[in-house]
Design a protein around this ligand. Structure first.
Ligand code: F2R
Ligand code: MG
Ligand code: MG
Ligand code: MG
Length: 315
């Protein structure tokens, strides 16, 4: 039972890291052909170097393992800022870099996060892209997952849509991990569980568009969602791709990248869901062979997977 859970946690983090790296070569591009994406993804010939998405996901995994839970805290904000300071070249967005550099120089996270985007706070997908570990704590119910996702977002993303993105992604990973391997995840259940725990009408409207996109051409997904670096534009697209290919991470990653736009992030989020559902045996061998620091990702997963279900430390 423990080792079954561990394969899911490993699968989720490893596939997210691989997909982040694979997608990063295409980030910001549009109009990609399936052939062009397949050529890069099927048999990568160079090391898969991950970006800010995975760097921050590993920070969150380590923080959860160390503390047994999480709250929006100075320690969590400092951990993200330290990671950025150590490797600022991982492809952070301008808003994130500005914020993390402020935190690194002593500006309180509550002040720094509120100052972004003329006081609106970030509605970027950065809180969602890193949140998979929150969905992978055995023994947490969906309400605990949602509260922890909110807390994890708040240190950098205070806009309600940025927070909703994290809640949605964490719940999607949690439900994927809790669905028996041979059972197809239910779109209706997943969408209902997310819609009842997110805060904005805008997010609910995007979730309600998903069922009509589950069959039919991938082009309909990028017609409906912006597939950009915002939470609203990216997270529903990732959930859609996962629900189309819950058992086939390679197909999911290719489709996610093919949408164009925020390719590393949408692919990583969809892959985190596939991995949580399928386990690490679903990681393509050609990806595992090229992944940067695979032992570090596995170790982070194993610490999370063996975390005792301690009392949730929410506010
Ligand atoms: N940002 C990128 N990639 C583009 C730059 C690559 C890099 N410079 C390089 O050279 O490689 N990738 C990463 O950022 C995304 C996650 O973003 P995060 O962490 O949420 O950052 P940010 O800046 O807060 O938000 C992202 C963009 O969303 C728009 N936005 C956010 N809040 C807004 C608001 N209130 N009003 C209007 N627009 C808002 C802005 O365009 C932000 O730049 C991931 O893709 C990750 O891979
Ligand atoms: Mg990135
Ligand atoms: Mg709601
Ligand atoms: Mg990205």
């Amino acid at each position: 039972e423990t080792s079954l859970w561990r394969t899911r946690v490993r699968g989720s983090l490893l596939l997210a890291a691989c997909a982040d790296a694979l997608g990063s070569a295409f980030e910001g591009r549009r109009g990609l052909s399936p052939e062009q994406v397949a050529a890069a993804v099927d048999r990568p010939q160079s090391p898969l170097r991950w970006t800010d998405d995975t760097a921050q996901m590993l920070v969150l995994a380590a923080h959860l393992a160390e503390h047994g839970g999480l709250v929006a805290s100075d320690a969590l904000a400092a951990a993200f800022a330290d990671e950025w300071s150590a490797e600022p070249w991982r492809g952070y967005g301008p808003g994130a870099a500005q914020l993390l550099s402020q935190i690194a120089t002593g500006v309180p996270w509550r002040v720094a996060g509120r100052s972004l985007f003329d006081g609106a706070g970030s509605l970027g997908n950065g809180a969602a892209m890193r949140v998979a570990p929150v969905g992978l704590i055995t023994g947490w119910g969906l309400d605990a997952v949602a509260s922890a996702a909110v807390a994890s977002a708040l240190v950098t993303h205070v806009h309600p849509e940025g927070i909703d993105g994290a809640v949605a992604q964490a719940l999607a990973v949690a439900l994927a991990a809790r669905t028996p391997r041979r059972q197809r995840p239910s779109a209706e259940e997943l969408i209902g569980a997310i819609a009842s725990r997110t805060a904005t009408a805008a997010f609910t409207a995007e979730l309600e568009a998903i069922p009509a996109l589950l069959d039919g051409p991938a082009g309909a997904i990028s017609d409906r969602f912006r597939c950009d670096a915002t939470a609203l534009g990216a997270v529903p697209a990732a959930i859609t791709v996962f629900l189309r290919y819950p058992d086939d991470p390679a197909a999911a990653v290719k489709e996610a990248i093919g949408l164009g736009g925020d390719t590393d992030t949408i692919a990583a989020m969809a892959a985190a869901m596939c991995g949580a559902h399928c386990g690490d045996s679903a990681v393509p061998a050609s990806w595992a062979a090229q992944l940067e620091q695979p032992e570090r990702v596995r170790a982070a997963a194993d610490r999370l997977a063996t975390l005792e279900s301690r009392r949730y430390l929410g506010e």
